[in-house]
Design a protein around this ligand. Sequence first.
Ligand code: C2O
Length: 340
Amino acid sequence: SPVQPPDFKKCTTPLDPGNGAPSVDCCLPVSTIITDYKIPNLPMRTRVSAHQVTPDYIAKYTEAYRRLRSLPSSDPRAYMMQANVHCAFCDNAYDENGTAVDYQVHNSWFFFPWHRWYLYFHERILASLIGDDTFALPFWNWDAPGGYTIPPMFDNPNSTLYDTKRNPLHRNPKVVDLDYSFSESNRTPQQQLQVNNSVMYRQMVTAAKTPSLFFGQSYRQGDSPGPGAGTVENTPHGTVHVWTGNPSNPNDEDMGTLYSAARDPIFFAHHGNVDRLWSIWKTLGGRRTDLTDSDYLQATFEFYDENKNLVRVKIADALQTENLRYNYQNVDIPWVRRTT
Ligand code: C2O
């Protein structure tokens, strides 16, 4: 049967991030009322490449983040609370309801759908803070030459989208290394692009011919957490996290480790691209289709929505982005040409 979402009343705190970093408390607010979420009748929203946004969009997005950062810390929508949602479900703050095993949304088939819903609610919260139902998150298009640096709006120290805890060597115009593992490659941008294209081709095409290779291992009630990640979750998802964080911090904070990753606003643009790759993968042919196992489709997650209500959502409702009333801007996909 499906893994049950945790009981928010039973939270383990504090967590020890390790390597001497200060302990953290990422327990989420408790609510006695949990309702089934109904997708509202929103306008269709297009998530745009973070390198192609207009000044108008940047103004809206930075204002939404300014408001998010000024909410009182106890508000379930608050900036740190949003980051703690990620921490709570990644660092064993909770057990699966009804069991004594840790709950974990990484390293299994939960990875894609849980993050899709997480971004959905984050986006809804930002939209409601600026009173604009057309607002959509951007995506960091690191798999293409048009997007392979830190998107400039996130690299501006005066912006509410900036985070000081990033690798200073990886600011613009440094090209992202999708094969990164803590050592600088010294490739030219052209060489790096070739490496990135072959990483993408391998992780999306040759090494991801079946749903379980792409989505990761099955994760059912009572299973140990994190039975195994799909191709993209490890690389490039993981490599971009680690490339963005600052290796001088104890655990490559912020982006390079789970408990702090979502404190960096760029997290949500990074995951926009990961989420986009789920949609693209399904267009690549062969056996590349969504999982059909009912323990997957019927599994539920809980999130605080833009009205501060705790709601329950189902994986089955998140398979098509259109059902959540968004899609992705069509941009060139350089690595996919190799399939033809
Ligand atoms: Cu929840 Cu990018 O990890």
